[in-house]
Design a protein around this ligand. Structure first.
Ligand SMILES: [Zn+2]
Ligand SMILES: [Zn+2]
Ligand SMILES: [Zn+2]
Length: 141
């Protein structure tokens, strides 16, 4: 929480009640990847009149401050999750049947990055998504 507060403070982003509700939803769902609609649904349990525009703006702002990590898994739909604070972000496996999003442990891309480095590129980050069927859905089919 301290790291989050520091980022908020440094960027002069004040947490109003509604913004705080959005951030709390994300913190209580650590490890999950939520769409703006899902965040809205949860936030309304605390603030019934909170609107999608506020939720969306807050999510975007928190993502721009690196407090949240934002990624697109379905066509035109962003999902947000709590950022692991400056560490490299993990990669994802998306199940095409049930929609489950899991995290991949291990990272084989650093070797590739250093190869690109040698070619004169300066790589800042990378992101990888696998699409397929999770063990449960795979068993059913
Ligand atoms: Zn599945
Ligand atoms: Zn994730
Ligand atoms: Zn990686």
């Amino acid at each position: 929480m301290d790291a989050i507060n520091t980022k908020l403070y440094r960027n002069n982003y004040r947490l109003t009640g509604q913004r705080k509700a959005v951030l709390n939803v994300m913190m209580e769902n650590k490890g999950r990847h939520l769409s703006a609609e899902e965040v809205l649904w949860e936030a309304r349990k605390r603030i019934p009149n909170i609107g999608i525009a506020t939720v969306y703006r807050t999510l975007e702002k928190l993502a721009s401050l690196d407090i949240l990590y934002k990624s697109m898994f379905e066509s035109n739909k962003f999902r947000y999750e709590l950022s692991e604070d400056d560490k490299h972000h993990h990669h994802h496996v998306v199940c095409l049947s049930c929609g489950q999003i899991s995290e991949v442990s291990g990272d084989l891309l650093y070797e590739l990055e250093s190869k690109l480095d040698q070619q004169g590129y300066r790589i800042i980050d990378h992101e990888l998504k696998f699409y397929g069927y999770c063990p449960l859905c795979n068993k059913d089919s």
